[in-house]
Write a protein that binds this ligand. Structure first.
Ligand code: ZN
Length: 282
């Protein structure tokens, strides 16, 4: 499942290829993928619009569009398996195309093998989101105060996305390892110093993943298979990306810091990976 760094890297790619492109026609192949909009309204509203920019909020992509003075926004979410990319017009559409956009040059494709991704003209749910992790809105004192209000295990609390958005299952484990905090301790038991370390670790973990993803030769349509770390495939002939995760998916392997075996526990039906020796309650 794509997490925030993958979405950010995708946005940076789309921001290079989409602005200035005009949408000549839109075809929705799977009505569910544009809900709550109707297919007809969705297709008609976007036809003739030009892409101004592509940005990100949490794991949502925001497409700013305009036609003369009429401005429109389209929200995108990859769900579990969504992919978005521009292909040459001569290429055939992939089997699991949810929607395709004929551009004045090339074709923008939203492909989704499972049905959890979305494109929508309704942006209301952006208003309810917590602070963006790499912005000033996410600060360690508010974060600490928010943690005080819950007894939920800290790992589970991070996924709730009201204190900070976009920290998914992989990066929650990674950030807690960096901050040397036991993922099982109740949120309100974190000290101010731990909250500060965790705040910094969340930012560093995400920034590093974005920086790495920005340097990889990625294949957005995923033809060369998927890399374990990065959700998108790699370009033909590119080397497999080096494993960079510190604890996630490493059950039984030695901790990079102390050599103890990495443990796996299940919290709220999701896997958590951690080092019992390095990650402490205090
Ligand atoms: Zn360790």
């Amino acid at each position: 499942m794509p997490e925030l760094p993958e979405v950010e890297v995708l946005v940076r790619y789309l921001q290079q290829v989409l602005p200035g492109r005009r949408i000549r026609a839109v075809t929705v192949k799977r009505p569910k993928s544009v809900r709550p909009d109707s297919v007809a309204v969705f297709e008609q509203s976007l036809k003739g619009q030009s892409v101004v920019s592509v940005t990100r909020r949490a794991k949502y992509l925001i497409f700013e569009l305009e036609q003369r003075s009429r401005k429109t926004q389209m929200l995108g979410h990859l769900g579990m398996t969504g992919r978005m990319y521009v292909q040459p017009k001569a290429d055939s559409l992939p089997k699991h195309t949810a929607a395709s956009f004929e551009l004045d040059k090339g074709r923008f494709v939203f492909e989704d093998t499972r049905y959890f991704g979305r494109l929508s003209l309704c942006l209301e749910l952006l208003a309810k989101l917590g602070p963006e992790p790499l912005s000033e809105a996410f600060n360690s004192s508010d974060f600490f105060r928010g943690l005080q209000r819950s007894r939920q295990a800290i790992k589970v609390r991070l996924l709730a996305s009201d204190l900070v958005v976009g920290v998914g299952n992989i990066y929650a484990s990674e950030a807690l390892f960096r901050a040397t905090i036991d993922p099982r301790i109740p949120s309100n038991k974190l000290t101010r110093a731990q909250a500060k370390r965790l705040h910094a670790a969340i930012q560093a973990t995400l920034q590093e993943a974005i920086a790495l993803g920005s340097t990889l030769p990625l294949d957005w349509s995923g033809k060369e298979g998927r890399d374990q770390l990065f959700y998108f495939g790699r370009e033909s002939g590119a080397k497999s990306n080096e494993e960079r995760l510190l604890v996630y998916g490493r059950k039984g392997e030695p901790c990079h810091r102390c050599g103890a075996q990495i443990q796996r526990v299940v919290q709220a039906a999701r896997s958590t990976f951690f080092c019992v020796r390095c990650q402490k309650t205090r």
